[in-house]
Ligand binder design. Structure first.
Ligand code: NAP
Length: 310
């Protein structure tokens, strides 16, 4: 029996754990099968405050984990298979264990969707990325591509022109899904080009161990062509990790948890933090901030005391 169970161990979950355990809540983190979350598949993180020289994503997460453990959080590498949210104490089934907790913070994050090509997984971190803010800088004066036609793809393409000499947006249709204002920025940007009605058949460069180009197929004619470049960003959407909450928490039409600015979900005592409820910002620092808020709100809910100023 715990005061607080935190599901997920990215920046949101671990920041929540640091605050909760410093507040002497008996706290457990169920870190899942991908401990550390998306930052562990990132290379250098240059925009997390406090690290002027940058820090590798996996190291940042390792440090957060140590910090949470230092204050007494119990961290277990186990996936929560099911959850009973019918009333507090909430019951979680994780591995062969049953865990009870007065309050729960859901910080299960979201995953970037990938194309599913073998070359894509082989070249991840070697020119294939799903995070423009993390990896854009590595493509200064290089030619790159962004796959997708939604807000993420167009925002990333525009952002990446700060670094890259040319950004080709590869979209499977002849119209973008992105908002008109986002589209206008991209259309007005001389560095952005479009490969319409095209899909990526293959990412080239596996033998060289770095991306050297793309094999594109026109969806109408079936014709293929090679596009030489140094990097490709996949921006075909994110999937929030909310399968086990279907029918138990209110989710929006894309499966994100609906929560207010305090992280309060549709069930009292169950809070959400980080990418699992964030359809816009999806940054490590915003996830960490929402983890802090969720922990403080959970503290207030569990103890019936005002939010302390730790
Ligand atoms: P999204 O809106 O779902 O767009 C995904 C894009 O990827 C679509 O253009 C889709 O093509 C394409 N796509 C999906 N699967 C594909 C595949 N297998 N191969 C090739 N292309 C594929 O996802 P998102 O752009 O990540 O945006 C998610 C949400 O966050 C949206 O609600 C968006 O408005 C919001 N967002 C907002 C901002 C902002 O306001 N600043 C920034 C980013 C995201 P089709 O168009 O053909 O379906």
């Amino acid at each position: 029996m715990y005061d607080l169970a935190i599901i997920g161990s990215g920046p949101a979950g671990l920041t929540a754990a640091i605050y909760a355990s410093r507040g002497e809540l008996n706290t457990i983190v169920l870190e899942g099968t991908e401990p550390g979350g998306q930052l562990t598949i990132t290379s250098e993180v240059e925009n997390f405050p406090g690290f002027p020289e940058g820090i590798q994503g996996p190291e940042l997460m390792e440090r957060m984990k140590k910090q949470a453990a230092k204050f007494g959080t119990e961290i277990v590498t186990v996936e929560v298979k099911s959850i009973d949210l019918s009333g507090s104490p909430f019951r979680l089934t994780a591995g062969s264990d049953e865990i009870e907790a007065t309050a729960v913070i859901v910080a299960t994050g979201s995953k970037a969707r990938w194309l599913g090509l073998e070359s894509e997984s082989k070249l991840r971190g070697k020119g294939v990325s799903a995070c423009a803010t993390c990896d854009g800088f590595f493509f200064t004066d290089k030619e790159i591509a962004v796959v997708g036609g939604g807000d993420s793809a167009i925002e990333e393409a525009t952002f990446l022109t700060r670094f890259a000499s040319k950004v080709t947006v590869i979209h499977r249709r002849d119209k973008l899904r992105a908002s008109k204002s986002m589209q206008k920025k991209a259309f007005d940007n001389e560095k952005v080009e479009f490969a319409w009605e095209s899909v990526v058949e293959d990412i080239l460069g596996v033998e060289e161990d770095r991306v050297t180009g793309l094999l594109l197929k026109n969806v109408n004619t079936g014709e293929t062509r090679e596009l030489p470049l140094d990097g490709v960003f996949i921006a075909i959407g994110h999937t929030p990790a909310t399968d086990i909450f279907q029918g138990k928490l209110e989710l929006d039409e894309k499966g994100y948890i609906v929560a207010d600015e305090k992280g309060q979900t549709s069930v009292e005592g169950v809070f959400a933090a980080g990418d699992v409820k964030d359809t816009i910002y999806r940054q490590a620092i915003t996830a960490a901030g929402s983890g802090c808020i969720a922990a403080l709100e959970a503290y207030k809910w569990i103890t019936d005391e005002e939010i302390p100023t730790w």
